[in-house]
Design a protein around this ligand. Structure first.
Ligand SMILES: NC(=O)c1ccc[n+]([C@@H]2O[C@H](COP(=O)([O-])OP(=O)(O)OC[C@H]3O[C@@H](n4cnc5c(N)ncnc54)[C@H](OP(=O)(O)O)[C@@H]3O)[C@@H](O)[C@H]2O)c1
Ligand SMILES: *[C@@H]1O[C@H](CO)[C@@H](O)[C@H](O)[C@H]1NC(C)=O
Ligand SMILES: *[C@@H]1O[C@H](CO)[C@@H](O)[C@H](O)[C@H]1NC(C)=O
Length: 324
């Protein structure tokens, strides 16, 4: 039983990956149409110093937005800022220290941001880890759960009032979660979110990405019903050639690098749907929300609609974060 529950997520995630690769082989990558200027608007992008996040930051800065990269590695962050400023001399890009594996770091990041009195129009929850060896965050959470989900949950929760304040009916604030098709292989283990009983890095990644979009239907509906001008959607960027794959088992890593050149999307292509959902006037207000992949709205896996699971996860998450 425990061997099965260990091996099944692994088989499932590779099958999902294979399917995605086949789809990518036979379909063209979504091309981002021209987006409106973003002068005067402010965005936060977690993990924006490299990979998909970097391309999101670069594009938004090019459109005139003030973009704050929230990242762990200062050196990498400042290099990203310099590169973008070389390309767009007027770019308003900044780096701010944010380690999602530390709730204290998340709180400090928000405190510093709020201290500046800036508006916040767009929050992109992009940072993520995949298949990292078993380990704990500063607060004792399993790494995937802690970084991909709980850190972002606290960040979003703490920034929600600022997002609400800045949203207007005609131009809602937006929260975009970068999830993954791997959520389809995910199972939420409410009784063992931490994976302490039976740890599988594969299972943990899928669970964290499923958790990140389990509220997709809820938050959006609640905000709209409550009359708040904030929308939230989730995005699958596709399989993209980035450093995310560096923890793959080494023989697979070799195969992956060989295949990546041919079949994986580039970071610019991976960023296109994220940018579309964050910026497009076509997703204004009630037309926002949902789960997007390659420029199109797609259904999510059945567990995301399960009200009992949503409620259970919400309670468990609040307990873990010590929130009311
Ligand atoms: N690439 C794909 O095929 C693919 C597919 C589906 C979904 N995604 C998702 O897309 C998102 C972006 O991934 P990517 O492919 O661009 O990978 P990447 O190049 O590895 O970028 C991940 C980013 O997250 C940051 N990060 C990791 N841990 C962090 C922490 N504790 N605190 C703050 N930042 C942290 C990383 O910064 P440092 O590690 O330097 O701190 C890096 O900037 C992820 O959420 C990933 O799960 C990617
Ligand atoms: C997660 O692990 C930490 C550290 O081991 C522990 O303090 C916490 O109670 C665990 N939470 C759950 C829900 O298992
Ligand atoms: C995005 O993630 C945040 C933090 O976990 C959550 O509050 C929000 O409901 C999520 N949005 C979607 C569309 O899943």
């Amino acid at each position: 039983m425990s061997f099965l529950s260990y091996i099944l997520p692994i088989i499932k995630i590779y099958l999902v990956g294979l399917k995605v690769l086949l789809v990518q082989m036979f379909s063209r990558a979504f091309r981002l149409p021209a987006m409106p200027r973003q002068d005067g608007r402010v965005a936060i992008v977690t993990g924006g110093a490299r990979g998909i996040g970097y391309e999101v930051v670069r594009h938004m800065a090019g459109l005139g937005a003030r973009v704050i990269i929230g990242g762990r590695d200062e050196q990498e962050g400042l290099t990203a800022v310099r590169r973008i400023r070389e390309e767009y001399r007027e770019a308003k890009v900044e780096f701010e220290q944010l380690d999602l594996a530390s709730l204290q770091s998340v709180r400090r990041f928000v405190q510093r941001f709020k201290g500046r009195g800036l508006p916040l129009n767009i929050l992109i929850n992009n940072a993520g880890v995949m298949l990292v060896p078993e380990g704990r965050t500063e607060d004792g959470f399993e790494q995937h759960l802690g970084v991909n989900y709980l850190g972002h949950l606290l960040l979003t929760w703490l920034l929600l009032d600022t997002l609400k304040d800045c949203g207007k009916r005609s131009s809602c604030s937006r929260v975009v979660n970068v999830s993954s098709s791997a959520h389809r292989a995910g199972r939420i283990r409410l009784d063992d979110l931490n994976g302490s009983r039976c740890y599988s890095a594969h299972g943990a990644y899928c669970q964290s990405k499923l958790a990140l979009l389990l509220f997709s239907s809820r938050l959006h509906d609640e905000l709209q019903d409550g009359g708040f001008a904030v929308t939230s959607c989730a995005v699958d960027p596709g399989m993209v050639d980035t450093a995310l794959y560096r923890h793959l088992w080494s023989p697979l890593r070799l195969a992956q690098s060989a295949v990546a050149r041919l079949l994986f999307r580039t970071p610019v292509e991976g960023a296109a749907t994220v940018l579309y959902t964050a910026l497009s006037p076509a997703l204004e207000g009630e037309r926002g929300g949902g789960y997007w992949s390659n420029g199109r709205r797609e259904p999510t896996s059945p567990p995301t609609f399960d009200p009992a699971l949503q409620l259970g996860l919400r309670e468990a998450s609040r307990r873990l974060l010590g929130l009311q």
